[in-house]
Design a protein around this ligand. Structure first.
Ligand code: DGY
Length: 328
């Protein structure tokens, strides 16, 4: 028996509440395996579908859009970043792309500050020290690290998450610098000073990345930029791995040119367990958990479902990445 409901491709198993919400309005084809849907499977599944509920692990490029065909009304991503989606190709076909801004700002900013503290205060190394039985006495200079309080924090990308990081580190009495394509009228409220990138790199004790990944920001932190940083600077990336030239980062860390790194994102993801970054004591890598609180992940999963349902009904998405698809 064929259903009259529209067909939605869901690229990963989602919490039941989201499945329930979507299946009330659509027939779902869900990729149930606990890994990203293979591209050839996605291509085989999309013909005739009306919507795609995507994750950041799914390349939604023109081949997928072409295979989907004229029925496709919306691509809804369960993330704020959409660098895995060819947005221009969606726009050219009049397809709105949904995403989840605002919903994960604070959770991600919390993690950025947690990584600053964790690398600066050597939390992972210290916990390991205890676990392997090395804690035999208290020594004056053992496991000493670097203070966040009172330090200079450089924020690259002063959007929602960058500002939320500024708000947090103000509480640590930090001196805050930021770099962004233009200076921001709100910066005074965070006591943040606009500087050019070179000044930020040379002056900061902690550098936190918050730009989207675009062709302009890909590898914006490379060998030259790392060479400008202080020899004990700590770089934190909760944005996208490819903003940093990872080979250059490994070299800078191995040669002691910078002090450490806290990475929630890598290039590629997942990082290989043999990657030299994982051999370094002054590096903490976590698996893209910036938005990973239960509350926030549920919130963004619902937002993506709401975007998708609006698109299916031909309504404006509550959170659309490419509003230019609408003529009003
Ligand atoms: C995003 O939303 O872009 C994050 O990287 C994952 O939540």
């Amino acid at each position: 028996m064929t259903s009259d409901l529209p067909l939605v491709i869901v690229t990963r198993q989602l919490p039941q509440a989201i499945i329930d919400k979507l299946s009330a309005v659509a027939t779902l084809n869900i990729w149930e395996e606990d890994r990203a849907i293979p591209q050839d499977t996605l291509l085989a599944w999309v013909p005739g579908c009306h919507a795609i509920y995507s994750l950041l692990t799914d390349p939604i490029d023109s081949s997928v859009l072409d295979a989907a065909g004229a029925n496709l009304k919306v691509v809804s991503q369960m993330a704020v970043g959409v660098d895995n989606i060819d947005v221009a190709a969606c726009t050219a076909r009049g397809i709105p792309v949904g995403h989840t801004p605002n919903a994960l700002t604070d959770t991600t900013a919390d993690l950025a500050v947690a990584l600053m503290l964790a690398v600066g205060r050597r939390i992972a190394a210290a916990a390991q020290f205890v676990k392997v039985g090395k804690w035999d006495t208290w020594r004056p200079m053992e496991l000493t690290g670097k203070d966040l309080y009172g330090s200079t924090v450089g924020i690259i990308g002063f959007g929602r998450i960058g500002k939320a990081v500024a708000q947090r580190v103000r509480g640590f009495d930090c001196h805050i610098l930021y770099n962004h394509p233009r200076s921001d009228p709100d910066a005074a409220q965070y006591a943040a000073a606009y500087v050019n990138l070179d000044t930020l790199l040379k002056s900061s004790d902690f550098i936190s990345l918050h730009t989207p990944l675009t062709e302009e920001t890909r590898h914006m932190i490379g060998a030259e930029e790392l060479a400008m940083m202080k020899s004990d600077a700590i770089i934190v990336n909760t944005a996208r791995g490819a903003i940093v030239d990872q080979a250059a980062l490994v070299k800078a860390l191995q040669e002691g040119k910078i002090g450490g790194a806290g990475l929630d994102v890598t290039d590629p993801e997942p990082i290989s367990v043999d990657d030299p970054l994982l051999k370094l004591d002054n590096v903490i890598v976590v698996p893209h958990i910036g938005s990973a609180s239960v509350t926030t992940r549920m919130r963004i999963a619902h937002m993506a479902a709401d975007n998708l349902i609006a698109g299916l009904h031909g309504e404006r998405l509550p959170n659309v990445y490419n509003p230019e698809v609408y003529s009003d």
